[in-house]
Design a protein around this ligand. Structure first.
Ligand code: AGP
Length: 614
């Protein structure tokens, strides 16, 4: 989810690249860099921190010759995935010492270690820890005067995703762009071409743009654009008119970041899973855990700590680990864990879940668990964050920047990764390879399930319109659907200010049922699976007390549909993976209720994106 800008044309490139980076910085980047080209020379400036840091570097450079004359350049703001956010890891990256090729990249190169080993054997040395430098060095090694040809050959060796802009010292004025899984937009001006990772960096210059397709590569020289496929076949791509406002462009055309991030979930989950599922071996590949099967087998308990949404994801991990691994698993609210003198030791793996990696209570729990000798792993979205560094080992979510305060794609990526951890533990114990393959495939199927739910947004809006006027409501579920009820209630309360509470469905009759009447709607998780019949009985108890009811049901389940006033359907799938589509349905339900109520969805009152105080 990095920001990329490139320019070639009549104007001086540096100020245009810097303003483009600033438009992309809204997603909270951690380092930035620029490369400028003139006749037979390319210079780079890179700096950790905000775009303003590299801007200062450029403006204070005593040699302004290239800066004030270059008409071609590339620029990048980094959302770290491989290697912490440092100056040396910042893009652009280049070939060997006298660069023939310089490039910027957005995406994940899965086979970068293999490629790096091969290039090191050829005598190339690397400066950074990034996957991108491997691509730069590979392209540089293949370069024989034709950048389009060299990058085509390099990308045909790459597994993974990319959005790329590259330059070559010997081809001033030329940019070569390519995409697979990470967008590249080509903005067409009267005497210039501007490329970017999203339209927000282009539309202040032109609204006439070409969106490359996956596996397209294009050579751009001024206003000449030559588009090929990675099999070198020439193709044409129609230009289109970008009719968004600059502010809408930053949200990808969505009204709020939250809705954009809800719809990003299929790709975000694919990135979280990418390269981590081995269906053939029926196992997960989680090198970041840095635990051999024997060490996994010797761990007696999984203990998950977190707060808020991350805590809800941890409850899914508790159920799945017990369910599939036959081992003890617990989830604890991080502050509670830290202060209640927990019994924890060297046979425990403590997994700290945190999107931001900066939540004070979760960090404190990590430190306390370390003091007691536990193994620690982080499950974090922000690379190089405090919890990630304190944990020392772990798995990055690769969910991309999550801007909206209400967490959506982080939760579904957390659950997907936690299911992979459960798979890995299970296969180090009694799970067979066949069962492992089924589990691995079920995890790999999650993005498609989310896509199915997203297609039903219009139906969900119709249900949300019926419930936007209430000030209180219950969410109920049992088994894997209990954490879904918790997450659904948290989403609704934090963005719509409706007093939403979640209960284990069996808990209703132990007190909460006293609150049921026609003003207390109940949202029930009724999708097919263990315990669903009992929750159905709870729904009948609610209806008998005039409570309006919404059921999250399995597509085609007419019995469940007839038991509720309104239904939201999710695709049939195993109970443990149904956590994700059921949650996405409730994300949309909550979002549209908050929208109808006119709430400040991305920045709800009283809330912060990261709670860095206890
Ligand atoms: C969830 O929508 C909230 N924004 C909040 O509960 C959040 O999940 C919690 O503060 C934990 O944040 P973290 O994942 O960054 O540690």
């Amino acid at each position: 989810m990095c920001g990329i800008v490139g320019y070639t044309g009549k104007r001086i490139a540096a100020p245009l690249l810097l303003s483009g980076l600033r438009r992309l910085e809204y997603r909270g980047y951690d380092s930035a860099g620029i490369a400028l080209a003139t006749e037979h020379a390319i210079r780079l400036w890179k700096k950790e921190g905000k775009v303003s840091e590299v801007k200062n570097e450029i403006e204070s450079d005593p040699d302004q010759s290239i800066i004030s004359t270059s008409h071609t350049g590339i620029a990048h703001t980094r959302w770290a995935t491989h290697g912490p956010p440092t100056t040396v890891n910042a893009h652009p990256h280049k070939g060997n010492s006298d660069p023939k090729v310089v490039l910027v990249h957005n995406g994940i190169i899965e086979n970068y270690r293999v490629l790096r080993t091969k290039l090191e054997a050829e005598g190339r040395t690397f400066l950074s820890e990034t996957d991108t430098e491997v691509l730069a060095q590979l392209t540089d090694s293949l370069y024989q005067g034709d950048l389009l040809d060299a990058l085509t050959k390099a990308l045909n060796q790459v597994e993974g995703t990319f959005g790329i802009v590259a330059m070559a010292t010997a081809e001033p004025g030329v940019l070569v762009v390519a995409r697979r899984g990470s967008p590249i937009v080509i903005g067409i001006g009267p005497e210039e071409t501007i490329v970017a990772s999203d339209a927000s960096a282009i539309i202040t210059h032109t609204r006439n743009a070409i969106y490359l397709d996956d596996n397209d590569i294009a050579k751009i020289n001024g206003v000449e654009i030559d588009i090929r496929t990675l099999t070198s076949a020439r193709v044409s791509r129609e230009a289109s008119e970008i009719d968004w406002s600059p502010e809408a462009a930053e949200k990808g055309g969505y009204e709020h970041y939250m809705l954009k991030e809800i719809f990003e979930q299929p790709d975000a989950i694919r990135n979280a899973i990418r390269g981590r599922i081995d269906v053939d071996k029926g196992n997960a590949i989680l090198s970041g855990l840095n635990l051999e099967p024997r060490e996994m087998a010797e761990i007696s308990r999984l203990l998950v700590v977190g707060c808020g949404t991350s805590l809800n994801a941890g409850l899914v991990a508790e159920y799945a680990t017990e369910d599939f691994c036959g081992m003890h698993a617990e989830v604890e609210q991080a502050a509670e864990f830290r202060y209640r003198n927990p019994i924890v030791g060297s046979k425990d793996l403590v997994v700290a879940i945190s999107q931001s990696g900066e939540t004070a209570d979760t960090l404190a729990a990590v430190c306390e668990a370390k003091e007691k000798g536990a193994l620690i792993a982080g499950l974090v979205n922000v690379v190089g964050s405090t919890i990630a560094r304190e944990a020392g080992r772990g798995i990055y979510l690769h969910a991309g920047p999550e801007i909206s305060v209400a967490s959506t794609k982080a939760f579904t990526c957390q659950v997907s990764v936690l299911l992979m951890i459960a798979l890995k533990f299970a296969r180090s114990r009694r799970m067979s390879i066949e069962s492992g393959r089924c589990f691995a495939k079920a995890i790999a199927d999650i993005p498609a399930l989310v896509e199915e739910v997203l297609k039903t947004e219009d139906e969900i809006i119709k249900v949300a319109e019926k419930f936007a006027q209430y000030d209180h409501c219950f969410f109920i579920g049992r088994g894997y659907m209990f954490p879904v009820a918790l997450e659904g209630a948290l989403k609704l309360k934090e963005i719509s200010y409706i007093h939403a509470e979640a209960y284990h469905a069996a808990e209703l009759k132990h007190g909460p049922i006293a609150l049921l009447d026609e003003n207390m709607p109940v949202i029930a998780l009724l999708n097919q699976g263990p315990g669903m019949e009992k929750t159905m009985s709870n729904v009948h108890e609610c209806k008998a007390r005039s409570a309006p009811t919404v059921g999250v049901i399995t597509q085609g389940d007419e019995e469940a549909r007839s038991s509720v006033d309104y239904a939201i359907e999710i695709p049939a799938c195993p109970m443990h993976t149904s956590v994700v589509p059921a949650t996405v349905a409730l994300q949309l339900f909550s979002y549209h209720i908050a929208r109808i109520r006119g709430c400040s969805i991305d920045q709800p009152r009283n809330l912060a994106k990261s709670v860095t105080v206890e």
